[in-house]
Design a protein around this ligand. Sequence first.
Ligand SMILES: [Zn+2]
Length: 390
Amino acid sequence: MKTTLHTEITVADICKGFVYNEYEGKGLFGLDGRLVIQPEYQRNYIYADGKRDVAVVESLLKGYPLGLLYFVAAPDRRWEVLDGQQRITSFGRFVSGKFAVRDENGMEQYFSGLAENLRRRIVEAPLTIYVCEGEESEIKEWFRTINIAGVPLVQQELLNSVYSGPFVTAAKEVFSNSSSALVQKWRDFLSGDVKRQAWLETALAWAAGGKEKIGGYMGEHRFETDVSPLKTFFLSVLDWADGLFTRVDPRATKGLDWARLYEAHHASPYSPEAFTTKVEELLDDPCVKDEKGIVEYVLGGCEDARLLNVRVFSDAVKKTVYARQTAEAKKAGASNCPLCAIGPKANRAKIWTLAEMDADHVAAWSKGGATDISNCQMLCRTHNRAKGNR
Ligand SMILES: [Zn+2]
């Protein structure tokens, strides 16, 4: 991995050939066509609020440094902005007359209206730029080490920059556009910020077989223009998921690892009506703490109640049951854990403290057992864990 420090580039250099697209709200190019200010994967320009953009210009007027800028060397000998596009777009828009700042007399001044020495102070301001070149892992490591001001790029934004090319561009059209039909259709099944590449990340992780394999997958397909295999698998998973339900409740469906569930369960038949009814019943059950575990629980035949993180008994109930059990155990000279009392000799008369015990459903919750005092017993930690299915 190679990083090159550039201090010879000024604001004037960057502003040469600066193009701002008012309609898309993006600073596009600079540095005489060599710099891509806002590559496809980047966030839109958000500094145009009359505060942050003005603050950038005021920093330059006062001679303050703008902070470090990071560029990535792209394959076609261009540079792409990895970090700093908001600041660059701010001064680019100011120099090209898109907004005004107030001078010391409180008067609004566009760039062209500033005194010559002030204009010079802006355009001659030196910038500190790191250009990095190298393998994805190296750039990631480097990116972790540096302390980036502002909103850091999320992992997928970084990967998009490292593997920029036709594949990323085509994939983003499908998965990173919040107004696309696909995004509208599957919002009850997927979570995360579409614009910040959460859905693209999901689609890639599903196709690649895990988040950690996304980089390899992107490298392999980098120069392809056809994203249909990616799209086909994504839709196979979601069509299957959708087919499980007659009604979809996003509390149970949004943001699940659908590809994992698909691999494990898509070969089994389900009745959508029965499936939906069971899921809705569990959503209504106040004992179920983990709504996101419901679908997997039902897919697995309602056996692994741990997926639901079933609500346990209240402290008051536990204390009452503990006191009763312990008093009876002492009278009988036995352990206050009913399973220890009939177990190996060492613990047969052991009196556990409250902290050493857990509440257990006598009749398992998954078999209809209630979560109230009549169905509560205290077991020692070991026996409670061994019983597992609550
Ligand atoms: Zn025990």
